[in-house]
Ligand binder design. Sequence first.
Ligand SMILES: C[S@@+](CC[C@H](N)C(=O)[O-])C[C@H]1O[C@@H](n2cnc3c(N)ncnc32)[C@H](O)[C@@H]1O
Length: 239
Amino acid sequence: MKNIVKIYDEHYKKFEKDKPLGIRYPSEALVIFISNLRKNKKNYFDDQGKEYSKNNNFRGKALDIGFGSIANLLMLKDKGFKCYGADVSGVAVRRGNIFLKKKKISGIFLKKFNNGKLKYAENSFDIVIGLQSIYYNLDLRKFIDNQIYKILKPQGKFIFSFFSSSHSYIKYSSKYKKNIYYFNKSHPNKRLYGSKYYKVKDKKELIKMFDKFKNVKVFQTKSNQTHIRENWWYVVGEK
Ligand SMILES: C[S@@+](CC[C@H](N)C(=O)[O-])C[C@H]1O[C@@H](n2cnc3c(N)ncnc32)[C@H](O)[C@@H]1O
């Protein structure tokens, strides 16, 4: 079984030297989530005529956990947030910083994190995101209850994605121990072989996992646009 840090460090090392990682555009679900923060929840359409002027007026601090590429962070910065990225891969951090320096981009701060410890001040983030990444924290409940809860401000919001039970990758998994699975040798993406992840059984379990938070909701996206049948659960909510 391979260590997840090694898997991603080796993966990111293979990319062209001194170039940013291939992903240049943010995740669609995240763009929609952030854009909708400005919406009045009771009257969705009451911003008609002002939609555009209100597009980039966010304030506060955003953290991307397991950012990999800085595409999501660049979008968050463009929307007005001061941005932070944490990844277990030192290579992701180094490559991200090379790009930021080269393009003279300020206001995005990257750092490596270890052993499931997010070293940021308590109550400091308005937004915390973790897309296709947070489930690599195998002691997931503890990570959410202690680390995520600690760093979010009261009313601070989060969005995290999880493989749904219908994602095609799930069938290439074997059980490691309770709730923890790993991608086995049948997985078509060989570099992922041995990656252990926390497998959420259903939406009910996912909502329960975040029961320390308020307004928790799960939505789902699915697509058969590529050869992978993607099917994700997204959990959103606030402290
Ligand atoms: C599939 S990539 C997703 C990257 C990015 N979030 C995106 O949506 O494009 C998974 C990322 O999770 C990171 N990762 C690995 N273990 C992690 C952990 N325990 N917590 C958070 N992220 C982790 C990897 O280094 C990698 O950058």
